[in-house]
Design a protein around this ligand. Structure first.
Ligand SMILES: [Zn+2]
Length: 305
């Protein structure tokens, strides 16, 4: 080879060589008896925080269970066998406290994203004459905050995975905090999100709508858990049932790497103009949070096989 070209090639190669120099990550060493979920880590896995981060060609298994929820139907969160006192003349929006006497699980509550996570926000829009914008981290955090208040009231044990308000906590850090948590109770993981769909050409808005709940593709317990959440959230909102979802090829990070049964709820689409206006409302947020707690109460009562 011409020495001039060889010199040039080496110079070029040394300047633009992009071969990673970081050593491979140490082998995963689970500390519990749960079977490890990890198969071969995939590229860009860290970025798959929720379903809107999945590439378009991802094969997704959707399972729509016959929950028999009528659109618009709102079911109150109260024990079915407690008759309403006939003397009651006023209506209250606050459901009665359901006390869980013995708590079976330690619930790891993950609020999905941080303030610094790119994207995960709607375009600005007008609501009640005011220009507003939806930030997913704020919504997720608000739902988890409402859940924690209710769970404290009911005596259900939980661990707030991300108490920080500023910045962001990576998916890896979220999972590590839950995995390392020492608990005498079996741990379960719930990550709360709102969704984003493909936008209509020339607009910032999507026609996608509804509720979906994700689980790790090979976890029967995760799937069973997801069914409880999907059913309760549908009952509370009456929104479209998009079903239980999983994908073998590109599982979401927190579902793949947690060493416990885990689910991720997608509570409506924040880039659907109709749905985002509902997601901004206090009463809808409370209903969504209550639905999550209703699912938790059901799982506490019945247990996961
Ligand atoms: Zn999300």
């Amino acid at each position: 080879m011409n020495p001039f070209f060889e010199l040039f090639r080496r110079l070029f190669s040394s300047l633009f060589n992009t071969t990673p120099t970081t050593p491979p990550a140490p082998a995963n060493t689970p500390t519990t008896t749960n079977p490890p979920k990890t198969e071969t880590p995939k590229e860009k896995e860290e970025e798959r925080g929720d379903s809107s981060d999945l590439p378009k060609d991802t094969v997704i298994v959707t399972e729509v269970l016959p929950f028999e929820i009528k659109p618009g139907e709102v079911v109150e969160d109260k024990p079915k066998d407690t008759p309403k006192p006939s003397t009651e003349t006023t209506t209250t929006t606050k459901p009665p406290v359901v006390t869980v006497k013995s708590t079976k699980y330690m619930w790891c509550l993950d609020n999905g994203h941080g303030k610094a996570t790119p994207g995960k926000r709607s375009a600005p829009f007008e609501m009640d004459g005011i220009n507003v914008q939806f930030f997913e981290y704020e919504f997720n955090r608000d739902i988890v905050k409402r859940m924690m208040a209710s769970m404290t009231e009911k005596g259900i044990k939980f661990f707030n995975v991300v108490p920080e308000v500023e910045g962001d906590i990576t998916l890896k850090e979220r999972v590590e905090r839950a995995n390392k948590l020492s608990s005498s109770l079996p741990k379960l993981y719930i990550s709360v999100h709102a969704n984003a769909g493909p936008v209509r050409p020339g607009t910032d808005w999507s026609a996608a709508n509804g509720i979906e709940t994700w689980h790790f593709h090979a976890s029967a317990r995760g799937r069973a858990m997801a069914a409880f959440f999907q059913e309760e959230i549908l009952k509370a909102t009456g929104w479209r049932n998009r079903g239980l979802k999983s994908t073998a090829e590109k599982d979401l990070y927190v579902l793949r790497h947690t060493n416990m049964a885990a689910v991720l709820t997608e509570n409506g689409f924040f880039n659907n103009l109709d749905e985002v206006k509902k997601l901004m409302r206090d009463d809808i947020r409370q209903a969504i949070a209550d639905a999550h707690v209703a699912a938790i109460v059901e799982i506490e009562r019945k247990g996961l096989a």
